[in-house]
Design a protein around this ligand. Structure first.
Ligand SMILES: [Zn+2]
Ligand SMILES: [Zn+2]
Length: 874
């Protein structure tokens, strides 16, 4: 075994070993039941980011754990075509090369996207492999492969047949850059400083009198067809049947009353633009107003805008304000803090726009999806996401599923030029079923990318065509995803699953946090704080990287990633390496015999009991998806108990020649505990554990890979051994603390006096532990010991500890040092206390910082008391 732990070679070696031996494909286990998951398919837009790394590490831990527990595990990987997102990145790239999407046309453009997809799919898959992901590559899926196309058509057809899919002219969210409709949740609302323009609308009959109307989008006045106020609003009671004149244009606008008008916005008077505002759209429908569309698809003004035709919406706004001012129609301009909708893919400001689109009626689908959660057919972890889910589904609008982009699944709809009827069909029809005409054309629109994603849990299983996998592994056992996909994806999978397969698509959903930088800031290119998981894996090793993500996994919405902490977990990997190297060097001529040795000593019994307890706790944590809890249990056990105590305690026994019984027992315990611990650690750190496992001596039933070995089983707890060892550890720790506080040089031997009544036998019996770990020259353990003068002392469970200092230290110097130390502690303490009385700090600091300060105060207080005592003693 190499002296230094070098992750790179190890990772490559075992990664290909596992794949070559096909350990990732489902294979029947001793449990005779299945466990299935589908991977949230990464978008082909780019390479793997930190979110993917976390998402897939968590799933991999579960997959490896369940396999070792004896389940037949199917974990389906895949890639999402990510319609609008991918179209956007490819378009951007082509623009940089001077190529325009529209000028090369649909066919050529989609070819470019196809190329992009091949390229990035390969990249993403190889990155997932680098991360050690053990999904079943043979079952790999793509949201636009043959089976998915069929699934999409089948699902669309079924929903259409049931009357859930309809086409209509509605006001939708329009992105003038992507030139497509967006669903409600694809619009991102951002706080923005805007202007509120107050415009005078004169009365037709009395030209000098007018109503003032406030608007943030004055250019939309080109499409005004009425003016409205709230019927409850006292200011405008006697204006019935009045007509106003649209400034600059001269169109007559009736004054109407409608309760949808917000009397508290602006002046309480609303300009009604039915074609360009969702509220106005409803008012327009109700009052039968004309709908005047003033925008082209790219956001420029169309011919209905008269002299403003051809300007983009912002140039038009400027010009209109200018003209209003010139003509005396502009009363004032105010600042206004508003929420403005942006396209979630390109960031362009959305326009409400009327167009003919396809929708899914959500009422029934949502009802069943609500029931499934209420009846706990699906469990959400953490539980609190349930509330958000139910709120959203209870207020859901119909889902606009058609997109005017080029990359995606075409709608399975054919229009007949002759009779104008639509045909929805799974197979491509040759002629119109209504009139027999062959002049039929498939709808040019594509489906919202989330439509195909919503079928993912069963479309990946071969539905609707081949049903083997579907029968065996659907519904899936577990879904793991970021909470940001709750509405986009999870809720829709639940609706579609229930509607189309009559079953919930999964039984448990785990929502993990999103990853922010160390300060809690969202990672973004513009902030320059994006961390590339690949470079971290290169630098620190994949195992340490995985562990660093999982160990701090939290129920909070954001996980603050810190490279510093990752460095700490690299040290953990090094620690495991070095400890294992030591163990292995002591197992050279060791052949494990069957069964536990009968001659276990106290520390053997203790570590076996702690090991067993760790198995029990880690198993429960993983069964409940408490990832960080499991990781920290293992960290504590490996470092804090196995390495720091057990290995140290048995070193003298390992040195014994002639393989005595005591030496064999120590080796057996080392071997047994290390092997089982590696197994528990394997889901978290797959590579290093395999490397060490492969070097351990073999037993008859051992598997050729740790990956397919079975999960360790817990044994009885040995309370007697734990109590005794806890006591001895406490004594050793206390003496170590005193040594450190008195600054006794590490190599310097001390004398130790222990006065006790009840613990004499246990201390004497295990005095070797103390002598061994404490650098002791002379040890006295007795009932009657007089406290020497000038000694450091302490009390542990009625046991007095004395360390004579006279020949150990220069007492005068020591006194000075302790005084100074005490002064410093007191200073720190008073500063901490002051801070905790500072209201401004308490109000502003994050709770964890305040908590830390409080802990600091407690520790400083304790420290102060201890040093006071030391000073008295000297
Ligand atoms: Zn856009
Ligand atoms: Zn026809």
């Amino acid at each position: 075994m190499k002296k230094r732990y070098e992750p790179k070679n190890i990772e490559e070696k075992w990664g290909s070993f596992w794949e070559k031996n096909d350990y990732f494909s489902p294979r029947p286990g001793k449990k005779k039941t299945t466990f299935s998951m589908v991977m949230p398919p990464p978008n082909v837009t780019g390479v793997l980011h930190m979110g993917h790394a976390l998402d897939n590490t968590l799933q991999d831990i579960i997959a490896r754990f369940k396999r070792m527990k004896g389940y037949e595990v199917l974990w389906i990987p895949g890639i999402d075509h990510a319609g609008i997102a991918t179209q956007n990145v490819v378009e951007k790239k082509l623009n940089q090369e001077g190529i325009n999407r529209k000028s090369i046309g649909k066919e050529k453009f989609t070819k470019y996207i196809q190329e992009w997809k091949e390229n990035y799919e390969e990249k993403i898959l190889s990155q997932l492999k680098k991360l050690g992901i053990s999904c079943s590559w043979k079952d790999k899926s793509f949201t636009m492969d043959k089976n998915h196309s069929l699934a999409v058509k089948e699902a669309f057809f079924q929903l259409y047949k049931k009357g859930y899919i309809y086409r209509g002219n509605y006001i939708i969210n329009w992105c003038p850059h992507c030139e497509t409709a967006l669903s409600d949740i694809e619009v991102e609302y951002r706080e923005k400083q805007e202007k509120l323009y107050y415009i005078k609308y004169p009365f037709k009959e009395r030209k000098n009198e007018y109503l003032v109307i406030a608007t943030t989008r004055p250019e939309t006045m080109l499409g005004d067809t009425a003016v409205a106020t709230n019927p409850e609003d006292k200011h405008f009671q006697n204006l019935k049947e009045k007509t106003l004149i649209l400034p600059l244009i001269g169109r007559e606008l009736p004054l109407i009353y409608d309760s949808l008008v917000d009397p508290d916005f602006g002046t309480g008077v609303l300009k009604v633009t039915p074609a360009h505002d969702p509220t106005d759209f409803l008012i327009g429908k109700k009052h039968n107003l004309p709908f005047i569309n003033i925008l082209n698809k790219d956001g420029t003004i169309n011919k209905n805008g008269g002299i403003y035709e051809g300007l983009n919406r912002y140039e038009c706004r400027k010009k209109i304000i200018n003209d209003l001012q010139k003509e005396g129609y502009l009363e004032k301009i105010e600042n206004y803090a508003g929420r403005v909708g942006h396209c979630y893919r390109c960031g362009t400001i959305i326009e409400p726009y009327i167009s003919s689109q396809w929708f899914i009626k959500m009422e029934n689908l949502a009802k069943e999806a609500i029931e499934a959660i209420k009846e706990e057919k699906i469990e959400f972890i953490p539980y609190h996401w349930k509330k958000k889910y139910l709120q959203w589904l209870s207020n859901i609008h119909d889902w606009c599923i058609s997109r005017q982009i080029w990359w995606g699944h075409r709608l399975p709809v054919w229009h007949c030029e002759n009779c104008k009827k639509d045909t929805v069909s799974i197979e491509t029809p040759q002629r119109c079923p209504y009139c027999g005409s062959t002049k039929i054309k498939q709808d040019e629109d594509v489906l919202d990318t989330w439509f195909s994603s919503s079928l993912w849990p069963f479309s990946t299983m071969g539905w609707p065509k081949t049903r083997e996998k579907f029968k065996k592994f659907y519904p899936t056992s577990f879904l793991c995803t970021g909470w940001d996909l709750l509405f986009f994806w999870v809720a829709r999978m639940i609706m579609m699953g229930i509607e189309i397969t009559n079953k919930v698509p999964f039984y448990k959903v785990y929502f993990h946090p999103l990853i922010s930088d160390e300060k809690g800031q969202k990672m973004s290119k513009s902030k320059g704080n994006v961390i590339n998981p690949l470079s971290l894996m290169e630098k620190y090793g994949t195992d340490a990287f995985r562990f660093s993500l999982v160990a701090v996994e939290t129920e909070l919405p954001y996980l603050r990633f810190s490279e510093n902490r990752l460095r700490g977990y690299r040290n953990f990997a090094n620690k495991i390496w070095n400890a294992s190297r030591f163990v292995l060097s002591n197992l050279k001529d060791f052949a494990p015999k069957k069964g536990k040795p009968i001659s276990l000593e106290l520390c053997d019994r203790w570590i076996l009991s702690r090991y067993s307890k760790t198995i029990q706790k880690v198993t429960i944590s993983l069964e409940n998806f408490k990832f960080s809890e499991a990781a920290n249990l293992l960290y504590q056990f490996i470092w804090g108990e196995f390495c720091d105590w057990y290995i140290e305690l048995i070193k003298p026994r390992l040195l014994e020649r002639n393989n005595t019984l005591s030496s064999y027992t120590a080796r057996w315990t080392l071997y047994h505990t290390l092997k089982g611990t590696l197994k528990m650690l394997h889901p978290f750190m797959p590579f290093i554990t395999e490397e060490i496992y492969q070097r351990l001596p073999r037993e008859e039933n051992d598997k050729e890979s740790i990956m397919i070995s079975s999960w360790p089983e817990e044994d009885k707890k040995d309370t007697d051994a734990e109590n005794k060892m806890n006591f001895l550890i406490a004594i050793i720790q206390e003496v170590r603390t005193i040594r450190a506080e008195m600054e006794v040089p590490p190599q310097r031997k001390i004398n130790l006096l222990i006065r006790t009544k009840d613990k004499i036998s246990i201390l004497r019996e295990h005095s070797s532990y103390l002598i061994n770990l404490l650098k002791i020259e002379k040890l006295f353990i007795d009932e009657e010991i007089k406290k020497p003068s000038h000694c450091a002392s302490s009390l542990i469970e009625d046991v007095d500890i004395f360390i004579p200092l006279e020949n150990l230290l220069n007492l005068k110097k020591e006194k000075e040092r302790l005084k100074n130390k005490l002064k410093k502690i007191e200073k720190d303490l008073s500063r901490t206390k002051k801070r905790l009385l500072d209201l401004k700090f308490l109000r502003k600091a994050p709770p964890e910082v305040v908590e830390k300060k409080k802990r600091e105060r407690v520790n400083l207080k304790k420290e102060k008391e201890r040093f006071k005592k030391r000073l008295r003693e000297i």
